[in-house]
Design a protein around this ligand. Sequence first.
Ligand SMILES: Cc1ncc(COP(=O)(O)O)c(C=O)c1O
Length: 405
Amino acid sequence: MKSSLAINGGQKTIDKDFNWPLFDETEVNAVADVVRSGKWGNPDCGDLIKSFEDEFAAFCGTKYALTCVNGSVALRLALIACGVKPGDEVIIPPYTFIATSTIVLEANCVPVFVDIDPETYNLDPLKIEAAITKRTRAIIPVHFAGQACDMDKIMAIAKKHNLKVIEDACHGHGAEYKGKKLGSIGDAGCFSFQSSKNLTCGEGGMVITNDEKLFDMMNSLRNVGRVKGGQWYEHHYLGCNYRMTQLQVAILAVQIKNLADQTRKRHENGTYLNSLLSKIKGINPLGRGVGETLHSYHIYIFRYDKSEFNNLSKPEFAKMLVAEGVPCFMGYPQPLYKQPLFQKKNFMCYAIPDYVDYTKVHCPVTENACYEEAVWILQHGMLGPKEDMDKFAEAILKIQKAVSA
Ligand SMILES: Cc1ncc(COP(=O)(O)O)c(C=O)c1O
């Protein structure tokens, strides 16, 4: 039976290319127009960037949007502009991309890891308050995979303890919580336009906010500390050149036109796939978060139980699923605090206090997600017809049958 598996030379369950990004001559022409215009940079080089920022702010329902070089820098700008000081603590989940944590270290602040909810893989609001100390200044909830965090609870905790909330919406373009776009609920919301993201131009970032003071500070930090009305070589704050180019924005301005339809499509496919996979023994799709109204499925995550697959390890299972033609991945191999960066405190020049010791951190839900449970299907696999979802489920059943025989 095992010989029927594609990994052993058998026929693939689904044999099609899942391409990303999707584009046509419209993007090519948009970039060519910018090249011909000679206005490639920012600022003072044409109005494409400003008009895209306005469009993105309107799409998200915020007053302001600010482009920058990537999602990491968007988070960095937001955190520093919030006024954190060295040694301040910032609460983050350990099940996220490394940048959510490194931007905290780069601000000379201390990342404090709070475990995720086993049903959603998002920061567990019930565990946040126990981690708050007199040094806590901010929370960075990550809308992981494009699933909304429980924002009402997080905002209530932040209000009670006077903390800033910076939403990491790098997976959440176009997704919604109680009808509001992710990123628009906290003090600031941050997005990535890196190649794999649901809205991309190769690399890039955006931060949105309703707070004028925060916006002005982020704008200054993005632009080497310049201020409105100041002279070109007048620098007020420790910023850097974090500006995006008009060439990138030309692509985004075309790509964003497809975002709402693509998000809806992934949401529908995700809901349908949930119904299929929940019927398979040993496969348990993540629950939908409280208040989530639109999931962007940057990643479709399901929980794998190897005991129903003859103890086949998760990495082996994921490899077999890839061979069957499903665009999937075993996800993060370990929680962030287990990375050598944290275990060895390889923090370079950044001044993180001596009392901080990540070897003692233990977040059991995240550890189980990384080591045993979480399998990811990537966003570009969620854009096809319903029949693709049927095939994904069929591929899982095929593996289960083959390894159990
Ligand atoms: C959750 C999360 N936050 C932040 C980032 C950083 O974005 P960028 O790669 O654009 O710097 C990423 C990128 O993968 C991410 O997945």
